[in-house]
Design a protein around this ligand. Sequence first.
Ligand SMILES: *[C@@H]1O[C@H](CO)[C@@H](O)[C@H](O)[C@H]1NC(C)=O
Ligand SMILES: *[C@@H]1O[C@H](CO)[C@@H](O)[C@H](O)[C@H]1NC(C)=O
Ligand SMILES: *[C@@H]1O[C@H](CO)[C@@H](O)[C@H](O)[C@H]1NC(C)=O
Ligand SMILES: *[C@@H]1O[C@H](CO)[C@@H](O)[C@H](O)[C@H]1NC(C)=O
Ligand SMILES: *[C@@H]1O[C@H](CO)[C@@H](O)[C@H](O)[C@H]1NC(C)=O
Ligand SMILES: *[C@@H]1O[C@H](CO)[C@@H](O)[C@H](O)[C@H]1NC(C)=O
Ligand SMILES: *[C@@H]1O[C@H](CO)[C@@H](O)[C@H](O)[C@H]1NC(C)=O
Ligand SMILES: *[C@@H]1O[C@H](CO)[C@@H](O)[C@H](O)[C@H]1NC(C)=O
Ligand SMILES: *[C@@H]1O[C@H](CO)[C@@H](O)[C@H](O)[C@H]1NC(C)=O
Ligand SMILES: *[C@@H]1O[C@H](CO)[C@@H](O)[C@H](O)[C@H]1NC(C)=O
Ligand SMILES: *[C@@H]1O[C@H](CO)[C@@H](O)[C@H](O)[C@H]1NC(C)=O
Ligand SMILES: *[C@@H]1O[C@H](CO)[C@@H](O)[C@H](O)[C@H]1NC(C)=O
Length: 352
Amino acid sequence: MRNLISTLPILSLLLIAISSSLTFAQPFRCTSTATTCDALVDYVSPNDTTLSAIKTLFNVKNLRSILGANNLSLSTPPNAKVTAKQTIKIPFPCICKNLTGISNKMPNYTVVSGDILYHIAAEVFSGLVTFQKIQEVNNIANASLIVVGQTLWIPLPCSCDDVDGQKVVHYGHVVPAGSSVDGIAKQYNTSQDTLLRLNNLTSPKDLLAGAILDVPLRACSSMVSNSSLDYPLLVPNGTYVFTANNCVRCNCDAANNWMLQCESSLINSSCPAIRCQGAENFYLGNTLSLGCNRTTCAYAGYDRQNTNTTVDLQSTCPASDNKSSAIGLQGSRWNFLLLSIHIMLICLPFLK
Ligand SMILES: *[C@@H]1O[C@H](CO)[C@@H](O)[C@H](O)[C@H]1NC(C)=O
Ligand SMILES: *[C@@H]1O[C@H](CO)[C@@H](O)[C@H](O)[C@H]1NC(C)=O
Ligand SMILES: *[C@@H]1O[C@H](CO)[C@@H](O)[C@H](O)[C@H]1NC(C)=O
Ligand SMILES: *[C@@H]1O[C@H](CO)[C@@H](O)[C@H](O)[C@H]1NC(C)=O
Ligand SMILES: *[C@@H]1O[C@H](CO)[C@@H](O)[C@H](O)[C@H]1NC(C)=O
Ligand SMILES: *[C@@H]1O[C@H](CO)[C@@H](O)[C@H](O)[C@H]1NC(C)=O
Ligand SMILES: *[C@@H]1O[C@H](CO)[C@@H](O)[C@H](O)[C@H]1NC(C)=O
Ligand SMILES: *[C@@H]1O[C@H](CO)[C@@H](O)[C@H](O)[C@H]1NC(C)=O
Ligand SMILES: *[C@@H]1O[C@H](CO)[C@@H](O)[C@H](O)[C@H]1NC(C)=O
Ligand SMILES: *[C@@H]1O[C@H](CO)[C@@H](O)[C@H](O)[C@H]1NC(C)=O
Ligand SMILES: *[C@@H]1O[C@H](CO)[C@@H](O)[C@H](O)[C@H]1NC(C)=O
Ligand SMILES: *[C@@H]1O[C@H](CO)[C@@H](O)[C@H](O)[C@H]1NC(C)=O
């Protein structure tokens, strides 16, 4: 009996930690200086709200960026309801400074009457930042001295570091109650060790509900050239993005062999149906299957003059039959390029 009583306070403390909706902001390590990249963070809305209000709060330019990050249908209206405690992924630009990553000069929040820094950090931005961090990046000497109308830069946690030699998208995942490091690792195709290392956790038991975990998301491999303005185009599983002046839409689905799938967005009359270079009637996103070989008109990047495409071969031929299948499945960019040129020569006559 005595034992039970003495463990009760500890139990209730644990329950508070698990059921609390409070998030624990800690900076993510980002070692590459002055590097910028795209990142994601979970926003757990404290109240019933709309996508459009979230878009405004986080200064996201186009609603379709939020729809893409959450794999929501493009026809979702701006006033679509987001209920309290629902989680929405926010896409934002990240910059590495002083060994940590923070959102690059955004979102900006305008102070309203009655605001204190703690409320802005813990409630308006649901604990994605600490008030001390807001104070630091905005050079505020005394946290009590903020004025109505003042603009504050809200530094969201992020990183641009490669993980295990791979380019990834860093995702600030707000840990739901009842989850484990191993479970999260499996859900996002990474390993428990990687998550522990990135988040400076000594044991899986150190995971707390509400913590913001740095989860590296593997992106689909693509044919985007390193001279392209959107290089490296990193699109994680279960998301889509618009690029090439919004005229190209690219999806990543792990089920499609981790290959990025792009098509003309046809978003308005200034966005043409993009054709594959050198192949008539073969448009961006079109595929042709020849037995176990699949030829795709793939997106290869854009610059001020062009939106480039390339004919790409993906093969699921059994490895014993065909040496190139192993190369195809690994998604090595250089080998793909060689194969593309090769298949282009073979296919050109019949594509026309
Ligand atoms: C959201 O709820 C909090 C209390 O949890 C309240 O202080 C705040 O004013 C609400 N915000 C909006 C926009 O309704
Ligand atoms: C870098 O971070 C350290 C520790 O957080 C801090 O003392 C230092 O002032 C920061 N330097 C810059 C340039 O922000
Ligand atoms: C936020 O404010 C800073 C400084 O005033 C400015 O440089 C930046 O462009 C603003 N960001 C957005 C998204 O408006
Ligand atoms: C901050 O400002 C408040 C209000 O003016 C004042 O009472 C307080 O002493 C100041 N704190 C510091 C550390 O200067
Ligand atoms: C990632 O997913 C692939 C299947 O798409 C699987 O083969 C691989 O083992 C997974 N990696 C990790 C670290 O879980
Ligand atoms: C990692 O955690 C240890 C103790 O838990 C702490 O002393 C150390 O400063 C942390 N390192 C980083 C990079 O956050
Ligand atoms: C870009 O890619 C080409 C090969 O496609 C390579 O030779 C070149 O070094 C790369 N440039 C950079 C800056 O990575
Ligand atoms: C697009 O293709 C043109 C012609 O082949 C080339 O000069 C240009 O560098 C390419 N741009 C990109 C971003 O790949
Ligand atoms: C990709 O995302 C889907 C849907 O979000 C998920 O069911 C699947 O497990 C993910 N696959 C990998 C390998 O991460
Ligand atoms: C994304 O949504 C589309 C359409 O709703 C669905 O077909 C696809 O499986 C989803 N992708 C992932 C990875 O969840
Ligand atoms: C069409 O879309 C492009 C890219 O988003 C945009 O710059 C342009 O203003 C749009 N034009 C019209 C007529 O809506
Ligand atoms: C698939 O492509 C490879 C490489 O171009 C070729 O050697 C092989 O014959 C093709 N297989 C089929 C079934 O077309």
